[in-house]
Design a binder for this molecule. Structure first.
Ligand SMILES: NC(=O)C1=CN([C@@H]2O[C@H](COP(=O)(O)OP(=O)(O)OC[C@H]3O[C@@H](n4cnc5c(N)ncnc54)[C@H](OP(=O)(O)O)[C@@H]3O)[C@@H](O)[C@H]2O)C=CC1
Ligand SMILES: N[C@@H](CC=O)C(=O)O
Ligand code: NA
Length: 357
């Protein structure tokens, strides 16, 4: 075995990651601990397919971040140990400096540490950037497993100048608007609330779909890309268009989903206005270092634009740089458990390679 992996958060993405590791019979990765918000389990041997039953059994211990971390001492003494945060939790994210100071590597699809408090982000960078420091990889925070962060890091580290990063960074909003707003006359019209519900069932949305529809998830991705590009972006400096109807913003998630059909007509009208002008609606993120104006907006595009012809839950990310005046474009599935776990798996393999002596 090359690296041990301890996972906090074994919902959709965390479970799929374990499934991929077990089904590929990885010789480089051993999952040695799993936790949800209630309980955790640590093992001296790699966990097997029965991990879910074991986590639900009486042998699991009550979860706290301190107890979970303390239980990993033997793992860290034996092998490089990666803590994989598959929650979307802010408190877990604020624990990263403690893990790094304790010599744990971190891999995560959780956007909170990289798009929240700027001080936390800088601390994490500082603790992971010295020679021999623990490593931090977060490829799946933008575009799920698509090689977005890796590509941007390569551009920046080799001295390219970022002019603009523009794209559709949300699998959920891509899926919703690709299906809801189309110029294809043969496509069966769908109601906005129905397509939101399908996106949720397909596992594309955040646990509360309003975190996608209010633009916050895309704003977080804009902030992450901006920071990797060297900008000190914060939620205050990114302009965000929230498309959640005002009356639905503070309801519990179930009630929000139940009441969304009342606003189908509102969204149908927005779409009809675009389509009558030969355009489609697309929800777009922009990092603009040159003009200092980063934003998230619901915009209209003509059929000829690459954003108009996206399919499924695809993301599209266009990097315009000094070396790539015609943008370098990355496109493909940007949400869903399989592709998110793929990004995590490949990040952990990079740590396995970099920690091999
Ligand atoms: N779904 C996707 O397509 C993508 C998701 N991501 C990101 O991946 C992450 C995971 O998403 P997903 O698997 O869908 O989320 P889920 O809601 O399915 O799973 C979340 C898991 O985290 C656990 N958890 C929540 N809070 C805590 C806490 N405070 N301490 C310990 N465990 C906690 C939950 O435990 P419990 O069951 O006890 O509540 C659950 O096991 C998110 O950050 C998401 O933004 C990134 C890219 C794409
Ligand atoms: N809800 C997000 C999941 C990935 O970050 C999305 O739809 O893109
Ligand atoms: Na990615």
């Amino acid at each position: 075995m090359v690296v041990n992996v301890a996972i906090v958060g074994v919902g959709l993405v965390g479970s799929e990651f374990i499934r991929q590791v077990l089904s590929t019979q990885s010789k480089k990765i051993a999952v040695v601990a799993v936790a949800n918000s209630r309980a955790f389990l640590t093992s001296s041997a790699p966990l097997t397919a029965s991990w879910k039953d074991e986590l639900a059994s009486g042998s699991a211990k009550p979860f706290t971040l301190d107890a979970f971390t303390a239980s990993l001492a033997a793992s860290k003494a034996a092998h490089p140990t990666v803590i994989l945060d598959c929650t979307s939790n802010e408190t877990v994210a604020t624990y990263y400096p403690t893990w790094l100071a304790g010599g744990f590597h971190i891999v995560t699809p959780n956007k909170k540490a990289f798009s929240g408090d700027l001080g936390l982000y800088k601390k994490i960078k500082e603790l992971s950037s010295q020679p021999g420091s623990p490593l931090v990889y977060h490829e799946s925070t933008v575009g799920a497993g698509l090689p977005v962060i890796n590509t941007l890091n390569d551009l920046v580290n080799t001295g390219d100048k970022i002019v603009k990063i523009e794209g559709i960074f949300s699998g959920t909003l891509s899926y919703i608007f690709n299906n809801f707003s189309t110029l294809d006359a043969s496509a069966k019209p769908v109601k906005f609330s129905e397509v939101v519900s399908v996106a949720k069932d397909l596992g594309y949305t955040e646990p509360d779909p309003r975190d996608d529809l209010n633009g916050m998830d895309v704003a977080r991705k804009v902030i992450i890309l901006g920071r990797v590009a060297g900008l000190d972006l914060t939620q205050e400096t990114v302009q965000v268009e929230n498309i959640v109807p005002e009356m639905l913003r503070s309801l519990p998630t179930d009630e929000f989903m139940a009441k969304l059909p009342e606003f189908d007509e509102h969204f149908a009208k927005l779409n009809a206005e675009a389509v009558q002008n030969g355009q489609v609606l697309r929800y777009v993120g922009l990092v603009d270092p040159v003009h200092g104006k980063s934003s998230v907006t619901l915009a209209r595009y003509p059929a000829s634009h690459p954003f108009a012809s996206l399919k499924g839950s695809d993301n599209i990310i266009a990097f315009t740089t000094e070396r790539f005046p015609n943008p370098l474009i990355i496109q493909g599935a940007g949400a869903g458990a399989a592709v998110t776990a793929f990004g995590i798996y490949s990040d952990i393999l990079k740590i396995a390679e970099r920690t091999q002596h």
